[in-house]
Ligand binder design. Structure first.
Ligand code: FBP
Length: 698
């Protein structure tokens, strides 16, 4: 034993063993070495900014009131120059200290933002210092930062995650936190702070820019989030930022995994794969995944927001009543739409498939949205009034439900109290317990409902399973039997296929390739009854084995495998698109800082076009802000962009809905996007959504 151990120790010292068990591999080496292309304007030694009056915004009065110093900011074009005048050169190259922070969930490409900023800053003046705040905004509040050196930056180039300095979700949203921020900036003698974050973090960036304006601390935002919900257009619909960084990588990572499931399920033909994909509210990721994989069913939440059930309206019209439940999608109706696809595929022998469900779909289901808004308000008001937080005070579901019951009682005694009434309480009682828990989970620090914690897929699929069982009992949900197979089986055992065909199937004379067992035959017992009634067998005879076999093959089992795609794709190494995009964002950030901007968001215009047309710009954040309900009160925030149902990408997905469902005999139409690469021809240039949306004529 002793000897074996010694041998293993020596074995581990073997250079080949060390090489294959080390954490440096060829992919890592090549990623670190890869040099992203640089936009034309940013490839010059210096840059200047030019206000671009072409882009206009509809400005919220409140934004003007709360952000007076930055509300008049304009879109800024970045122009490359090689020999600027001396004063500009001096201004551009003056020694600067810049702090950068990641805020919110990780998104592939973040390290390249830092790399771009670092390279540009060091090129302008080798004495420039870049500080990385640790663990997100908490690093700012607690003055926890490290100076980023070349070796730190080099070892993270083109790599995923936010591992270099980590991230966090703290919001800098109070006077106290602003004061702590001011103290940290003074302590590090910062000239600028860069906030790499989503809509809420860029909102923070705008308020910080306003607050620190007199301190001459510049604040620049960077559009980050895999959700793809930071998209900026001006009032005339001109696109300034087509997508946030990280979206392409996450979508490609999810798509690759989901495409593998398409291959697997169409091989062993027994599972429906239920794939929930991240995206908090917006369904951009699901839409891109649909385009990348051609999965059989993809739900797009935004489609259901203004849903009108025409059939119900028609029925109500006839009955001369108004059916309010026909307006807005309900969970029940949604589950029926899914069942319809499942039943139709089964009818052509395909009792398998892939369903993509965006994690935020419940936001677009009217009945659920009402609960979320009400519960957000109840929790926020409770937290405002009490020292102890709602969730600490009511840790168990039964305590929370009891509190809601008390509110319902109060509404009966006090008519001015309307936030939670008896009807709300009764409806909430009908919801399955795990979903009640989900709706009552802790909100994030921005007051957002955390969809990633709710088993959205479970909520929907429970209803789907229930309804499929009903359809099975009614004989509607059946697996189609291939006619040639049926004839072959019966002939082999010497039975007349035509005679039994008319007894067994509802469509035997239709010349269809797939035969559907009659609705009335739902068990071996009912099969026997029908066979006796039609004179195929006598009372005391057994069902012919081949006939029973055919029946059993037609009886569906609905077997599912549930998957969640989120954190895995978020941690993926970036695609080439995200590598190049983020590196140029970093360069843009420095250009904005070196030219004195504040309250701007770095962006790359024309992302939807060929790289040669990419243009770095600064987008004013304040004019993009509007009032929205948060934690139960109106707050000025950057608008989140959800899927536009009039967009070309959405229309294309809708146009292919039937084809990709493939509820007809023959092959499915799955697409194989393949794994993420950052070099080589097989890596796509940009998200398919962007390509389609740039082609406006659909
Ligand atoms: P950001 O908006 O901060 O980029 O985060 C996006 C996201 O990945 C969502 O898709 C998801 O709903 C959420 O973060 C998950 O949050 P957490 O990381 O706190 O679980």
């Amino acid at each position: 034993m002793e000897k074996d151990f010694m041998d293993l120790e020596n074995f581990l010292k073997n250079p080949e063993v060390q090489s294959v068990t080390g954490n440096i591999n060829q992919e890592l080496i090549e990623r670190r070495k890869y040099v992203p292309s640089v936009c034309k304007a940013l490839s010059h030694k210096y840059t200047v900014l030019e206000d671009n009056p072409y882009f206009k915004f509809s400005i919220d009065k409140e934004a003007g009131k709360q952000l007076p110093y930055i509300i008049n900011n304009k879109v800024q074009n970045i122009i490359g120059v090689d020999s600027p005048d001396e004063s500009l050169r001096q201004k551009y190259c003056k020694q600067r200290n810049i702090g950068i922070v990641f805020s919110g969930g990780p998104a592939p490409g973040g390290h390249n933002v830092i790399a771009g900023l670092f390279d540009a800053a060091k090129k302008a003046n080798p004495e420039n210092k870049i500080y990385g705040f640790l663990l997100g905004p908490d690093g700012i509040l607690e003055n926890e930062a490290i100076e980023l050196t070349k070796s730190i930056v080099d070892s993270h180039r083109n790599l995923g995650g936010f591992t270099m300095i980590k991230t966090g979700r703290t919001k800098i949203d109070t006077k106290k936190k602003m004061a702590l921020t001011r103290a940290t900036c003074k302590n590090l003698n910062l000239d600028a702070i860069v906030i790499v974050g989503g809509d809420d973090s860029n909102t923070n960036a705008a308020f910080l820019a306003q607050e620190m304006f007199d301190d001459r601390l510049q604040v620049i935002g960077v559009p980050k989030t895999i959700d793809g919900d930071i998209q900026v257009k001006d009032i005339d619909g001109n696109v300034l930022c087509a997508i946030s960084f990280g979206f392409h990588t996450a979508a490609r990572a999810f798509a690759n995994e989901i495409s593998n499931l398409c291959t697997d399920c169409s091989s062993d033909v027994k599972y429906w794969h239920i794939c929930k994909v991240m995206g908090r509210v917006a369904s951009h990721l699901a839409l891109e995944v649909a385009l990348q994989t051609h999965a059989n069913i993809t739900l797009i939440g935004e489609e259901f927001a203004d849903y009108i059930d025409e059939k119900r309206i028609e029925k109500a019209k006839k009955a001369k009543i108004v059916d309010y439940s026909a307006y807005g999608m309900t969970l029940r109706h949604l589950s029926r739409l899914i069942c319809d696809g499942i039943v139709r595929r089964a009818a052509v022998g395909k009792n398998y498939g892939v369903i993509v469900i965006p994690e935020g779909i419940l936001e677009f289901i009217d009945e659920i949205q009402v609960f979320i808004i009400k519960l957000n308000t109840i929790i926020a008001e409770y937290n405002k009034k009490h020292d102890i937080d709602f969730h600490s005070d009511f840790p168990m579901l039964r305590d929370k439900l009891e509190y809601l019951r008390r509110l319902a009682r109060r509404s009966r005694e006090d008519s001015s109290f309307t936030i939670w009434n008896t009807r709300d309480d009764d409806l909430f009682d009908d919801i399955p317990e795990f979903f009640q828990k989900g709706l009552l989970t802790e909100r994030d620090s921005h007051g957002n409902f955390q969809f990633s914690l709710v088993e959205t897929d479970k909520v929907i699929m429970e209803l789907v399973t229930d309804y499929l069982n009903i359809l099975k009992e009614n004989g509607v949900y059946k697996i189609g039997i291939e006619r040639a197979y049926y004839i072959d089986i019966l002939n082999k055992e010497g039975f007349d296929p035509d005679f039994f065909g008319h007894v067994l199937f509802r469509n035997y004379d239709d010349n269809n390739r797939f035969l559907l067992v009659k609705e009335s035959i739902i068990s071996v017992k009912t099969l026997k009854k029908v066979l006796i009634k039609e004179g195929a067998i006598r009372e005391n005879e057994n069902i012919p084995a081949c006939v029973e076999k055919i029946f059993k093959k037609s009886a569906p089992k609905f077997k599912t495998q549930v998957h969640f795609y989120g954190y895995d794709g978020r941690g993926n190494d970036p695609t080439r698109f995200d590598c190049i995009y983020t590196y140029n964002l970093g360069l843009t950030v420095f250009s904005l800082i070196a030219n004195g901007s504040t309250g701007q968001m770095a962006a790359i215009k024309n992302l939807e076009m060929d790289f040669s047309r990419w243009e770095p710009v600064g987008i004013p954040i304040a004019p993009l802000m509007h009032l929205e309900e948060r934690k139960g009160k109106l707050a000025l925030v950057l608008e989140k962009s959800v899927v536009n149902v009039n967009s070309t990408a959405f229309k294309v997905v809708k146009a292919f809905e039937e084809k990709w469902l493939a509820a007809e005999p023959g092959e499915d139409h799955y697409r194989r996007p393949g794994p993420i690469r950052f070099t080589g021809k097989s890596e796509e240039d940009r998200p398919i959504t962007l390509v389609l949306n740039a082609l406006k004529d659909a």
